[in-house]
Design a protein around this ligand. Structure first.
Ligand code: DP6
Length: 350
């Protein structure tokens, strides 16, 4: 198979501080603004190669390999995504597509891979468009476009394209914000957050009980939806202040409130879901107790699953690591943890 062009990108996952949970009508139009730290060690690496087509038809010809193995489930998802964006990327029909993807984190670790996977793919598509000479964007516009297409694949993926931190969703609080793409936010970030630590404590690596898509849709009938969207706006405004000033207590209080709210919303949805496990609750109790005793700024957040994201500044790493080893590790499935921190954003792999 003759290869015409190939690009490879590494793009990270992210952890939301103010959560996106609920969509308005349209393709991934968020019901409220969200903000997240970009991670470093949890990433997807995706190469997209344009090859000569096998058939002369106009149909998209795609072969997708995950960890070196053909993966039909992912291939179908990707095909659906490509169908939705092909008018902006004519080469998707013109050439055959050979895509290889891997994740730096284990598949069964309960880490959401859609943010890293869809952002890596979207950036690769935008890059190919430039490489083929079909477009020339400024570096800022390039990332904005990548964020836009990443969003069409998975909402939270829109936030993964920027270094350190990014905001997604139209709000008066952030100038230039949009529902269509995320915006960079690093210039407003106090330096204490530039290398903020995130230890992911794997409470369970079981498959998610409910997909994000279904979870978001349950907000349509959730009796607290309106109150929640107003709370998210308030929390965004407040956390932005804390992020600027380096106010760790305010920052921590808000991320824990957001985590607990996300799970409370799921518990009172119809049907209802409990996504925490007994180990999650045991760790939350211990974190809060340790914080009170030690007066150290160690807080947690959660995704739509049982794993704990423990967040703390770099300068207390030693004490945090000792606490994790003594008190939390035994609650993790087979002692599994992933050490991560706020990261630099996507990278092109040569
Ligand atoms: C709880 O981005 O996975 O992680 O847009 O349907 O793909 P889709 O959903 P997704 O939802 C993420 C939800 C969350 C919170 C967040 O990342 O903001």
């Amino acid at each position: 198979m003759k290869e015409i062009k190939k690009v490879t990108w590494r793009s990270p996952s992210n952890i939301a501080l103010v959560k996106y949970w609920g969509k308005r009508s349209g393709v991934q139009i968020p019901a409220n603004p969200s903000i997240s730290f970009t991670l470093e060690n949890c990433y997807s690496e995706t190469s997209v190669a344009l090859v000569e087509k096998e058939r002369k038809s106009k149909e998209i010809e795609l072969r997708f390999y995950f960890d070196g193995k053909a993966n039909m489930a992912f291939q179908l998802k990707m095909l659906k995504f490509f169908e939705s964006v092909k008018k902006d990327f004519p080469f998707l029909n013109q050439y055959g597509l050979l895509i290889h993807s891997t994740n730096s984190f284990p598949h069964s670790s309960g880490i959401a891979s859609s943010a890293s996977a869809m952002s890596a793919l979207a950036i690769a598509l935008c890059d190919l468009k430039q490489e083929l000479g079909q477009k020339k964007w400024s570096p800022e516009k390039f990332l904005q476009k990548a964020s836009h297409y990443a969003r069409l694949g998975s909402g939270s993926a829109s936030r993964s394209v920027y270094p350190l931190i990014s905001e997604w969703g139209k709000t008066k609080t952030v100038k230039g914000s949009s529902d269509e793409y995320a915006v960079p936010f690093a210039r407003n970030l106090h330096k204490t957050f530039h290398n903020y630590q995130n230890t992911i404590l794997i409470a369970s690596s079981a498959e998610k009980k409910v997909s994000s898509r279904v979870g978001h849709s349950l907000m349509k009938t959730n009796p607290y939806a309106k109150t929640r969207y107003a709370q998210a706006e308030r929390n965004l405004k407040e956390i932005i202040e804390a992020l600027k000033n380096g106010d760790l207590e305010k920052f921590g209080t808000i991320i824990e409130e957001e985590a607990m709210t996300l799970h409370a919303l799921m518990m009172c949805s119809s049907p209802s879901f409990i996504l925490m496990s007994p180990a999650t609750l045991a760790m939350i109790e211990k974190i809060r107790h340790f914080r009170e005793e030690s007066q150290l700024p160690i807080y947690f957040t959660l995704d739509a699953g049982p794993n704990i994201h423990l967040m703390y500044p770099k300068n207390i790493s030693k004490k945090a690591e000792a606490f994790i080893a003594e008190e939390l590790k035994s609650h993790c499935e087979k002692g599994k943890m992933i050490q991560d921190h706020v990261g630099k954003g996507p990278k092109k792999v040569k």
